[in-house]
Design a protein around this ligand. Structure first.
Ligand SMILES: [Zn+2]
Length: 167
């Protein structure tokens, strides 16, 4: 599974999930890949796949207030999660469910490297390890160091309900 950062000709940033590099190129060449914002067919890959920092307790960016699940966090370039209720309006339950589903998908499709996160992100960045989406824990200091080295890391607060083992 590859997670690629993509950008359309109009400058919209979004993420694409692909089975492989070949899958990405196949979708591009068959014009199956379009910008979710404007439908633009000219889509280009941005430099690196995201590394997901699941946090290690305290950080400078606290997780969202879980008492207000109607505002699921999404990065500035992240997907907008809308799950309309019966009346067409997004419901609190619907948004929470959509967020949980997205997080679960991320958990299923990334490799958990745990506390080796910063080290592994660095190895991937330098080509010393296979390029893939990983998740794990990094301190705020480690995340800042990675950012200084030009390695993109996404913070991803995990809902309590998903902290139990997946299987
Ligand atoms: Zn666009």
């Amino acid at each position: 599974m590859k997670v690629l950062n993509l950008e359309c000709a109009n400058g919209h940033l979004f993420e694409g999930w692909f089975a492989s590099e070949e899958d990405f190129h196949a979708q591009i060449s068959r014009q199956l890949l379009t910008c979710p914002v404007c439908g633009e067919l000219h889509v280009e890959r941005r430099p690196s796949a995201p590394r997901l920092n699941l946090g290690a307790g305290r950080s400078d960016a606290p997780p969202p207030d879980r008492r207000r699940p109607d505002h699921p966090p999404a990065g500035p370039d992240g997907p907008t999660l809308m799950h309309p209720g019966p009346g067409g309006e997004p419901t609190r339950e619907g948004l929470q469910a959509a967020w949980m589903q997205m997080v679960r998908r991320v958990l299923e499709q990334t490799e958990d490297v745990g506390p080796r996160f910063a080290e592994e992100a660095r190895r991937i960045h330098h080509g010393d390890a296979p390029d893939r989406a990983i998740r794990g824990q990094a301190s705020a200091e480690q995340a800042a160091e990675l950012a200084e080295e030009g390695i993109e890391v996404l913070p991803l607060p995990i809902p309590d309900a998903l902290k139990t083992p997946l299987q």
